[in-house]
Design a protein around this ligand. Structure first.
Ligand code: PGA
Length: 249
């Protein structure tokens, strides 16, 4: 059975004091839920976040990592470093990494394999741009993003994969895909995985939706059968909003 997940991607927001304040507030207000709740603070505060959340069920995860084991990669972070501070999950392939930092499918395939080799779970993000949707190429684009980075994995690796469909046109724009658009794409992703692997793997992988999820639209999006939760940006930076989104699942 796939699990429900609500994850907050804090991006390049919150200094140390702000991180600690938000974590304290979240831990205090966390509602009873069957969903796995995750937050991804900036690297510089990740170790202290792991420490602060020791007695909470909230899981602190990483926003990115490099594919190399170690070495001369100034400014980068390795999988081993994440594991060494108690992190078990890493976001890879976020559209901002692809757009601003040149991450290609080829690089992402290497990163996914490097993360899995360290027994990290991978939250793999992908999604079409507005032009792709307007030209009705969105299914093709999403299929190739998944195929290029993930379909060389062994079937057994899929138990460590979480997918996050994030249409680029809906990220940070206030525009959300409709619940039906999300459901349509998530069902398509499961069909694509069924064809490449099998139905069991397709049914067991959690597929999150991301892109302007907020308290007002979370319940409708989460009500769709193939939507297993959300990857939340802006609304995850305010405890009450994130808590309301968790309640919606
Ligand atoms: P948003 O970001 O919720 O601010 O649109 C989502 C994301 O980038 O993961």
């Amino acid at each position: 059975m796939r699990s429900k997940i609500v994850a907050g991607n804090w991006k390049m927001n919150k200094n140390l004091a702000e991180t600690e304040a938000l974590l304290t507030e979240l831990a205090a207000k966390l509602p009873d839920t069957n969903a796995e709740v995750m937050v991804a603070p900036t690297f510089v505060n990740l170790a202290s976040a792991v420490h602060s959340l020791e007695s909470s069920t909230i899981n602190a995860i990483a926003q990115n990592m490099h594919f190399a084991e170690s070495g001369a990669y100034t400014g980068e972070i390795s999988g081993d470093m994440l594991v060494s501070i108690g992190v078990d999950t890493v976001i890879l392939g976020h559209s901002e990494r692809r757009a601003y930092f040149g991450e290609t499918d080829e690089i992402l395939e290497k990163k996914v394999k490097a993360a899995l080799a360290k027994n990290l779970r991978v939250m793999f993000c992908f999604g079409e741009e507005l032009a792709d949707r307007k030209s009705e190429n969105h299914f093709k684009v999403v299929e190739s993003q998944i195929k290029n980075a993930l379909f060389s994995l062994d079937a057994s690796a899929w138990s460590s994969i979480i997918l996050a469909y994030e249409p680029v046109w809906a990220i940070g724009t206030g525009e959300t895909a409709s619940a039906d658009q999300a459901q349509e794409m998530h069902a398509f992703i499961r069909k694509t995985i069924t064809e490449a692997y099998n139905e069991e793997i397709a049914n067991n992988v959690s597929i999150l939706y991301g892109g302007s999820v907020k308290p007002a639209n979370a319940e409708e999006i989460f009500s769709k059968p193939d939507v297993d939760g959300g990857l939340i940006g802006g609304a995850a930076l305010v405890a009450d909003n994130f808590v309301d989104i968790i309640k919606a699942i």
